[in-house]
Write a protein that binds this ligand. Structure first.
Ligand SMILES: Cc1cc2nc3c(=O)[nH]c(=O)nc-3n(C[C@H](O)[C@H](O)[C@H](O)COP(=O)(O)OP(=O)(O)OC[C@H]3O[C@@H](n4cnc5c(N)ncnc54)[C@H](O)[C@@H]3O)c2cc1C
Length: 374
């Protein structure tokens, strides 16, 4: 029997698995899909995570990442804000990153089940039952790292699931002539599109759009032509880039509603605990940092064979407090920033103002990020 079952093998799940396994716990990680896989993500990772990755022996040089230290934000009018990124980040595709971590977890002895969709998680008599087709596993602890929206959110009746979100997102990989040290955030009606270098010779282009615009346009291609390419910087990219993936990755219903870091006694990590607006470029770092915080709490409070209800309560309360302290302010700033964009006039006005007051732009960037952690 496992000490911990982790449901969902994105960054949050994989880092929890590696850390808890290294601490001597028996870990089973269950992932619905198989690796390597593409995911909808801008693939820009804040440098906050570098000391932590180094402490685990992960060498970014080996992963062929690109270094990014400049930000441009553009509007349909052609207005552009240019900022140096003091902390900076790196570009790394989820195809490469998640697969690398999966192989690391396997090599270190984590029990990983792939192509396995968990259908239900229930808690009775101080232990969990985790059910997937044909099998039920039991464990004293379950980590929920099943991403921004899953069948399990509905099963667990999490309130955010019932508030429909109008946002969809699409990701491409491109080859093109574009600066390697730049992340560009290009705005248009009801959405924005991040462009930056990822590993190898590829660039990532990831956009968010409103369901009503897609409905009016009919197809993604028409949406790109009639809404997204109204931004001249994006039009230029669409004209000149080579699109590498056979088809784009697409997801719907991207919700920024508040969630809870502990629900039905399940310890939530990554997007399952709360998702920051993608324009902040900090979701992956938060997923990794939340895994570090959660694993440390589990290691402190959990001893196999003597984990009673009082110890569980202390673990749940300690984790929820630590999660809120570290991430709740960042999520709030992200939600406010999201309101500044989406309307062409408002976006141009915001960028012109920030151009005049660059220290305000730097302040806002710093408020959507944390400090380097190790
Ligand atoms: C448009 C967009 C752009 C973004 N750009 C950036 C960016 O540039 N930089 C950044 O840092 N962040 C970005 N993010 C955020 C980032 O992608 C997420 O915060 C990050 O992926 C969270 O990782 P996670 O491990 O919590 O979830 P995920 O990576 O989503 O992993 C969840 C896993 O759970 C699995 N799963 C779900 N249900 C089940 C089930 N029932 N059984 C088993 N497995 C299950 C899924 O298959 C998946 O593998 C962006 C997000 C969006 C939407």
């Amino acid at each position: 029997m496992a000490d911990v079952i982790i449901v969902g093998g994105g960054l949050a799940g994989l880092f929890n698995a590696i850390l808890l396994n290294r601490a001597g716990l028996k870990v089973t990680l269950i992932e619905r899909k198989s690796y390597p896989m593409h995911r909808v993500c801008g693939e820009y990772v804040s440098n906050e995570v570098i000391p932590f990755l180094s402490s685990l022996g992960i060498n970014l040089g080996e992963l062929n990442v690109s270094r990014i230290n400049r930000l441009e934000v553009t509007a349909v009018s052609g207005t552009k804000l240019s900022q140096k990124l003091d902390l900076g980040g790196f570009g790394l595709s989820r195809y490469t990153f998640d697969h690398f971590l999966y192989q690391k977890a396997l090599a270190e002895g984590v029990n990983v089940l792939v192509n396995t969709r968990v259908e239900d998680i229930s808690f009775t008599d101080n232990r969990f039952e985790v059910t997937f087709p044909g099998t039920t596993l039991t464990a004293p602890l379950v980590i929920g790292s099943f991403g921004k929206r899953s069948n399990l959110d509905q099963k667990l009746k999490r309130p955010f699931f019932y508030k429909r979100s109008p946002y969809l997102a699409v990701k491409f990989h491109l080859r093109m002539d574009f600066p390697t040290d730049l992340i560009q955030l290009n705005n248009y009606k009801d959405g924005y599109c991040g462009v930056s270098k990822t590993d190898g010779d590829r660039y990532c282009m990831c956009y968010m759009a409103h369901r009503d615009d897609l409905r009016k346009c009919g197809t993604l291609q028409a949406l790109e032509e009639n809404v997204i390419r109204k931004n001249p910087y994006l039009d230029d990219i669409f004209r000149n880039a080579e699109f590498v993936l056979d088809k784009p990755e697409v997801i719907n219903e991207i919700s920024f509603e508040k969630k809870s870091p502990v629900d039905n006694h399940i310890l939530m990590s990554g997007d399952t605990a709360g998702m920051i607006a993608p324009l902040c470029g900090n979701g992956m770092t938060m997923a990794i940092h939340s895994a570090k915080i959660l694993s440390e709490k589990i290691i402190t409070h959990y001893k196999p064979g003597s984990f009673n209800a009082d110890k569980r309560l202390a673990l749940e309360q300690g984790y929820a407090r630590a999660w809120n302290k570290q991430f709740a302010p960042r999520l709030w700033v992200g939600r406010q920033l999201q309101h500044l964009f989406g309307n062409d006039t408002m976006t141009a006005l915001s960028l012109n103002t920030l151009n005049r007051f660059p220290s305000v732009a730097q302040y806002l960037i710093s408020k959507t990020h944390g400090k380097p952690f190790g």
